[in-house]
Design a protein around this ligand. Structure first.
Ligand code: AKB
Length: 311
């Protein structure tokens, strides 16, 4: 059966790359990019959509009768702390609106991203397991944790095939990240090439799990392709990626730009968020259930970022 796919929140860091990958796989006209703002450029169908506007969303579902929906619209961790109520509303009501419409229109699969932000200060920091204490202390984090519970609930109660990944910090060169704690790991490459220096808002030894965007997009498509009986987790899958500190990244960048220098800003509010998150993640379930395997390590990711941004 031909797929018709709605990507809600298509202009963001993940959406920009996911739409391209889905169009390559399913055909340009089968993937409808949807965002609250018009994109600067588009090479396929686009619809303006606000995930908080149920009647507007319903019209989209009526018009396209999607078989798959990817809901990416969200406020991330750092911006969420500046607009806590707005983050809760967008992240929670947006999800519930889409889950309800997916049921009503008998959508086959829904993808919704969660995050390592679902963990908190009392979660194990190293090799954080799939199941453990979870006490996130950011609005973004607890909206994602609540969202995971809703996804599992809609699967168990109504049989809706929702799938999800707890993304680590995502690093790509095609689109800018939008207000997260892990954004430094993208900004650093732009500034290294433009100025040969970078002032990092996290301290030099702050280790966080990160992932190159090619791996994240591949993981998303692999999870969505997996047979339903292989999906044992209906909340959201841990995905480990690469764990590194700003200092480790700077050392790797210096292999390409020997004079690159890094300094560290003090008292940035994002430090406290990073300090409450895991340093590394155990993704055994993703490996076991749908064969997940990481391709890009720190060295390869750094080389790809610099080579592509240089162009
Ligand atoms: C953020 O930093 O808020 C995001 C995330 C890890 O979910 N990149």
């Amino acid at each position: 059966m031909a797929e018709t796919i709605l990507v809600l929140g298509s202009n963001g860091q993940i959406g920009t790359e996911l739409v391209t990958a889905l169009r390559q796989k399913f055909g340009e006209n089968q993937v409808i990019a949807c965002d609250i703002k018009e994109p600067l450029e588009t090479d396929g169908p686009f619809e303006q959509a606000d995930v908080l506007d149920v009647s507007g969303l319903r019209k989209l579902f009526e018009k396209y009768q999607p078989t798959q929906v990817y809901l990416l619209a969200a406020l991330l961790s750092a911006v969420g702390e500046q607009k806590p109520k707005k983050a809760w509303e967008l992240n929670m009501d947006g999800l519930l609106n889409v889950l309800d419409l997916a049921l009503e229109f008998k959508v086959k699969n829904v993808f919704w991203p969660s995050s390592i932000a679902v963990f908190g200060p009392n979660s194990p920091r190293e090799n954080t397991p799939q199941y453990c204490v979870m006490d996130p202390n950011t609005v973004y984090g607890f909206s994602k944790l609540a969202g995971e519970r809703w996804c599992e609930y809609y699967f168990q109660k109504y049989g809706l095939d929702v799938r999800s990944i707890r993304y680590p910090g995502l690093i790509g060169w095609k689109a800018a990240p939008g207000g997260g704690t892990t954004d430094y790991a993208v900004h650093i490459f732009h500034e290294a090439l433009a100025k040969n220096s970078y002032e990092c808002f996290l301290s030099e030894n702050t280790a966080l799990p990160m992932m190159f965007m090619n791996d994240a997009i591949r993981a998303t498509l692999e999870l969505m392709d997996a047979p339903a009986e292989k999906i044992s987790i209906r909340s959201s899958y841990n995905l480990g990626g690469i764990s590194f500190t700003p200092e480790m990244l700077a050392v790797e960048i210096r292999k390409h730009l020997p004079n690159f220098s890094i300094s560290y800003k003090e008292n940035d509010p994002r430090q406290a968020i990073a300090d409450s998150w895991p340093k590394s993640i155990d993704d055994t379930y993703a490996q076991k259930d749908w064969g997940w395997k990481l391709k890009f390590d720190l060295k390869e990711m750094t080389a790809e970022m610099l080579n592509n941004l240089k162009k």
